[in-house]
Design a protein around this ligand. Structure first.
Ligand SMILES: NC(=O)c1ccc[n+]([C@@H]2O[C@H](COP(=O)([O-])OP(=O)(O)OC[C@H]3O[C@@H](n4cnc5c(N)ncnc54)[C@H](OP(=O)(O)O)[C@@H]3O)[C@@H](O)[C@H]2O)c1
Length: 252
């Protein structure tokens, strides 16, 4: 996938995410060409400047709210101009939302479902058309272990991530036998601004750096579904198969 002559070309949507930034630092150190999209201009410029210092061959940044589908055409034209079709597109943006509120307030539920499912799926549809023409590359998106089974504590966010998992699975089916790879990244809990308000006990918390290293390895190996850290694959396998009466007795 890597074009050794030109270096790896990577587009990241939601580049201010802590996980995305950690991955970008690794790609920058490898001399990649980067195209970044985020909605906070000041932070985006700071991140872009830092990545250039860390060794990125080239960094282009574009400011956009990725929930606004009317800007998508301009975002992707800017990507085309900066990189052409990238070797890797990473869809990283998302919001945890407030489950207590989203469970009762339809507008809050709509916002969570939009940012975590509708907007990424719309973006991936536009990216897939470009990757299909190129016949190569890796389309990657960060879903979550929360998408593996609906739970009382986070089923609105979890449903959006589960929908995105199914969307990625369908894309992978569509591109089977071609040079296009589709990677579904399913982290367990990660210590980032998204989870800053949550107590850090009880669950095995991962760092953004650990998750980012796993992402780069999965991209390089052409993997389909990444659980990160690895043990979440087995935890979720058990959780998915727990019989409903037993599952309902657990407060998760
Ligand atoms: N942290 C975890 O425990 C965990 C676990 C599983 C999966 N994930 C997923 O990992 C991904 C990255 O999250 P993170 O942990 O790195 O948290 P984070 O640092 O809070 O990153 C989330 C990013 O999404 C951006 N974003 C949200 N809505 C956006 C929009 N409409 N347009 C553009 N950007 C938008 C935010 O931008 P602003 O800063 O401008 O708001 C922020 O940079 C998310 O998809 C998340 O659901 C996280």
């Amino acid at each position: 996938m890597t074009n050794e002559r030109e270096g790896l070309r990577v587009a990241v949507f939601g580049a201010t995410s802590a996980i995305a930034q950690a991955a970008l630092r690794l790609w920058a150190a490898r001399g990649a060409e980067l195209f970044l999209v985020a909605r906070d201009r000041e932070r985006l410029d700071r991140i872009a400047a830092d990545l250039a210092l860390r060794g990125a061959r080239r960094v282009e940044a574009f400011v956009a709210d990725l929930d606004d589908s009317s800007v998508l055409g301009r975002v992707l034209e800017a990507m085309d101009a900066a990189l052409g079709v990238p070797d890797v597109a990473l869809v990283a943006f998302g919001t945890l939302g407030d489950q207590t509120r989203a469970a009762r307030d339809p507008e809050a539920a709509r916002r969570t479902l939009t940012t975590n499912f509708v907007s990424p799926a719309v973006l991936l549809t536009a990216l897939a058309a470009r990757f299909e023409k190129a016949g190569a590359g890796c389309l990657a998106a960060i879903t979550s272990v929360a998408g593996d089974r609906g739970r009382a504590s986070n089923y609105v966010y979890g449903a959006a991530k589960g929908g995105l998992q199914t969307f990625l699975e369908g894309l992978r089916h569509r591109f089977a036998g071609t040079g296009v790879r589709v990677l579904d990244i399913r982290p367990g809990p990660v210590d980032t601004p998204m989870t800053a308000h949550m107590p850090k006990s009880g669950l095995p918390w991962a760092s953004a750096e650990r998750v980012a290293a796993d992402i780069l390895r999965a991209v390089e190996r052409g993997r389909s579904v990444l659980y990160t850290p690895w043990f979440w694959r087995w935890i979720m396998l058990v959780l998915r198969h727990l019989p409903q009466p037993l599952f309902h007795r657990l407060r998760l």
